[in-house]
Ligand binder design. Structure first.
Ligand SMILES: [Zn+2]
Length: 442
């Protein structure tokens, strides 16, 4: 880990980057199908980047690609977590994925990372760094271990101690930036904020996003109207042909025996369908079954919407900052009867060009008429005015056990009006209803 960073710090020493192909997109859009098709043609192996599919078993509720449709292509990080009570996290994913990619490269094959947990994938692919002016030392083993393994909140606390100014500038949950800033402080022996300020003065403020690999990203996209229909019928299929209810039953046996009941928004319990069907598993009433079905469809559609928003607001912005090492190609999977023509064949051709070292022409990156989809929704940069660095914590928007924090009053106002905040309010009400149901069982 440490040596990779120091390579980045002195650009002269940077080695040519290795290739990685990535498939992103919403649930139910055909990512797995495309990744297997690519792997078969390109001598590739697939790496799973969906956090729910890392859990063993529960193949229906976590939407694992059926084994016959994998055509014997090796799949990594798929179903490798055997303990359902364990909470898999980002640092673990980054470590495991890096190792698997190395192994696949060593066997002269092409790694293909596919998944829907886009923040895992983005953190893994792109790191934030600043070209430091002084000659840095390597991180000690202890420091590297801390950066890799500690909680984001601990990173924030540590950075606050070392360089309070820079800590106030970054979002307390922006692990990448916090980690990078701490690393700069440790390896240069100076405050990162001072280094940034110096650089600004020298008019060479080079805070940039750096890609870990030479990366080709296929974003498989489908018009919402078409996708929602597909998602609804997939949920119906999971009920009628799959083991959905058996799996919920199996999960509920473990879940309901735990005291206290685990947080439904963590670990495997987040799998869409579990919370929704739990009341039916208990009551056996038809009306609960029907309600579970409708709730699951709604939650699935909502999740897909969130995934697209992430890609547009986060991924495209970070990818643009990472420059030529990252190419995103949008594929239109709205019409399944044109899958070969519009998704699979173009992807294979483009991947071949990419692997032969060529740059992918802009004209091939976006289908006609979808140009708007790939305009990154750039967030306003308020980092240069310290007055705007005040932190506002939202009492109701909680992610990973911590309050959502906005930096600056402008963003806070935007947050209060945001869909997220309003949805959280709605979610709280729904959840309260669920808790009332839970309490009423006794
Ligand atoms: Zn909020």
């Amino acid at each position: 880990m440490a040596s990779t960073y120091s390579e980045c710090l002195s650009p002269k020493m940077r080695l040519p980057k290795r290739n990685l192909i990535v498939v992103i997109g919403t649930t139910g859009v055909g990512k797995s199908k495309l990744s297997v098709a690519l792997a078969r043609v390109l001598n590739g192996e697939v790496i799973n980047g969906d956090s729910m599919q890392m859990y063993r078993g529960l193949d229906t509720i976590t939407n694992k690609h059926p084994i016959p449709e994998r055509y014997s292509i090796p799949h990594h990080l798929l179903g490798h977590i055997t303990d359902r009570l364990s909470e898999y996290g980002l640092p673990q994913f980054e470590r495991e994925a890096a190792k698997v990619v190395d192994d696949i490269h060593r066997s002269a094959k092409v790694p293909i990372l596919v998944g829907g947990t886009h923040y895992y994938i983005q953190s893994f692919l792109i790191r934030n760094m600043t070209v430091a002016s002084s000659e840095p030392r390597d991180l000690t083993e202890e420091e590297a271990k801390f950066l890799d393994e500690c909680d984001t909140s601990a990173l924030f606390a540590k950075l606050k101690g070392v360089d309070p100014l820079i800590a106030s500038k970054f979002h307390p949950r922006d692990r990448r930036k916090l980690r990078r800033a701490l690393e700069i402080c440790w390896t240069t022996g100076r405050k990162a904020s001072q280094i940034y300020a110096d650089q600004k003065q020298h008019d060479q403020n080079q805070e940039v996003d750096i890609a870990r690999y030479r990366t080709l990203v296929f974003w498989v996209w489908c018009k919402p109207e078409a996708l929602n229909l597909r998602l609804h019928s997939r949920v119906d299929d999971m009920m009628n042909k799959g083991n959905l209810l058996d799996e919920v039953q199996e999960m509920s046996k473990l879940y309901l025996n735990l005291d206290p009941l685990p947080d439904i928004d963590r670990g495997i319990w987040q799998a869409i369908g579990f919370k929704e069907f739990l009341p039916y598993i208990e009551s056996g009433k038809d009306e609960d079954r029907e309600k579970g079905l409708q709730d699951m469809k709604r939650a699935t559609v909502k999740y897909a919407t969130t995934q697209v928003r992430w890609i547009r607001r986060k991924w495209l912005v970070a990818a643009a900052e990472a420059g030529n090492d990252v190419t995103t190609v949008l594929l239109d999977a709205s019409d399944l009867s044109k899958w070969d023509e519009k998704v699979e064949q173009p992807a294979i051709e483009i991947a071949k060009e990419f692997l032969s070292g060529q740059e992918i022409p802009r004209s091939l990156r976006v289908p006609d008429g979808l140009e708007d989809m790939v305009q990154p929704a750039q967030e306003k940069d308020n980092s240069s005015t310290p007055d705007n660095w005040r932190h506002y914590a939202c009492d109701i928007c909680i992610g990973d056990g911590e309050k959502f924090v906005c930096v600056g009053e402008e963003r806070w106002k935007v947050h209060l009006r945001s869909r997220r905040h309003r949805q959280t309010l709605k979610h709280i009400n729904e959840r309260a209803a669920f808790e009332r149901w839970k309490a009423s069982r006794d």
